[in-house]
Write a protein that binds this ligand. Structure first.
Ligand SMILES: *Cc1c(COP(=O)(O)O)cnc(C)c1O
Length: 426
């Protein structure tokens, strides 16, 4: 579970040798320019729905930009719902039902029918609920839990605790081997849909099918896929899923996370955190816990209403966005970035950790280079914001809703200048 680049299973050639496959731009004469790609971009108009400036913002995979409608909506909620209606807002302003209502707004973005997504708590807390819930559903005869060996640290820590608490053994397995590793002893498998460091997209349909073939349950962390690419939870039979809303869903810092509980598992879901909000009759305040039917069973205590309603307002930007179009733009952006890095960065200075194949790529590009921390600091000083991950990885996230091809061109150009040490007065 260490956060080192050498643990990444990825070993692909440098970007200079990985011209984009598929519908993206191709290098050489006649390749479309950034201006041409922006002119043809059907999502380009959505950029105006966000508060942005001249900065090239490629960190939406850590903290999404602010949707322009949110500040006004939030001010109104504070003034009217909290300030004037006060306690009445739990019913009259729909505060009590907001976790399920906002969940149903996220559901189509992750391929879920209504009534299976609830919003609240952090992703970390929801990983715990989902994984323990899955282990309990699998029954007492299955004594091991598998986790994606390169998982985001919090998932790994929680999986270890969940396994220890439930008397199971945790076995970290590289994501590419999870399908083969699941067997008759496996209770549940926790995996990341997109690797947060390398940007590799894992085979959710294939792994889920293999996990089910072994009689186990699949729990997916969608932090780096929700809002970036189609997920298809219902279609692929996923049992449980969790994800952040402050990354590609632009819900704001610390916005509450989502938890997907497949409809068929809701009646059997035995939450390890059975708070009063998931009680069948929460306002009877009885001493005996009786879980409610439905996805509300995933709730714990009083929701973080202001963050939840800021998220609800932020989700308006998704109205009418086709996930297929979103994915096409995401791939076109990352293809274009790889192409422009090959054009602007002297050969051999960066190595791309993100798979070249579209089927294995999320919506970010991870480049390994020496002195990566200083390189990113210099890029940020030049108005190109990505981030750095230990020990030597530059991450660039491409949010299809507001990233332009001109942004991508400038990012690659500045990266080339920084790496070549060609400070030309800009
Ligand atoms: C961002 C991220 C998290 C964050 O969890 P929090 O509880 O919101 O801090 C968890 N898992 C993955 C895979 C992430 O990328």
């Amino acid at each position: 579970m260490s956060d080192t680049a050498s643990q990444s299973p990825m070993s692909v050639p440098p970007a200079a040798h990985t011209p984009g496959a598929g519908p993206g731009p191709r290098p050489g004469r006649g390749a479309p320019t950034a201006a041409e790609l922006d002119a043809a971009d059907v999502l380009a108009g959505l950029r105006d729905a966000f508060v942005l400036d001249d900065t090239v913002y490629l960190d939406g995979n850590s903290l999404g930009a602010l949707p322009a409608a949110v500040p006004g909506r939030l001010a109104e909620i504070v003034r009217r719902e909290w300030g004037e209606l006060r306690i009445r807002s739990w019913t009259e302003s729909g505060w009590w039902t907001a976790p399920e209502r906002v969940g149903d707004r996220i559901a189509p973005l992750i391929g879920a029918a209504p009534g299976q997504v609830v919003v609240g708590d952090s992703t970390s807390v929801n990983v715990f609920k989902a994984l323990v819930g899955a282990i309990r559903l699998a029954g007492p005869d299955r004594d091991e839990v598998l986790v994606d060996a390169d998982t985001f640290p919090t998932d790994g820590y929680l999986a270890e605790s969940a396994a220890r608490m439930t008397g199971r053994t945790l076995r970290p397995v590289p994501a590419a081997e999870l399908a083969r590793a699941a067997g008759p002893r496996t209770a549940a498998v926790l995996a990341n849909h997109v690797d947060y460091r390398s940007g590799e997209l894992h085979d959710l349909p294939g792994i889920t099918e293999a996990v089910h073939g072994a009689g186990a349950l699949a729990v997916w962390d969608l932090c780096h896929s929700a809002g970036a690419l189609p997920v298809g939870l219902d279609e692929h039979g996923v049992d449980f899923a969790v994800g952040c809303t402050y990354k590609y869903l632009n819900g704001g810092p610390g916005a509450p996370a989502f938890l997907y509980i497949r409809a068929e598992h809701q009646a059997g879901f035995d939450s390890p955190l059975p708070g009063w909000n998931s009680h069948a009759e929460p306002f009877r305040m009885t001493g005996r816990y009786t879980p409610v039917e439905g996805v509300r069973r995933g709730r714990v205590g009083t929701p973080d209403i202001l963050s939840l309603l800021a998220l609800e307002a932020a989700l308006d930007v998704w109205e009418g966005v086709d996930p297929v179009v979103l994915r096409a733009k995401s791939l076109a952006l990352t293809d274009f970035f790889l192409d422009r890095v090959a054009a602007h960065v002297p050969a051999g200075l960066v190595e791309c950790l993100t798979p070249a194949e579209h089927a294995r790529r999320g919506s970010q590009i991870a480049l390994r280079c020496s002195g990566a921390a200083a390189v990113m600091a210099e890029l940020i000083a030049r108005g190109v914001v990505g981030d750095f991950r230990e020990p030597d990885v530059l991450r660039f996230g491409f949010t299809p809703l507001y990233t332009s091809f001109a942004d991508v061109e400038r990012a690659a150009l500045e990266l080339g200048r920084v790496l070549a040490g060609r400070v030309d007065g800009r």
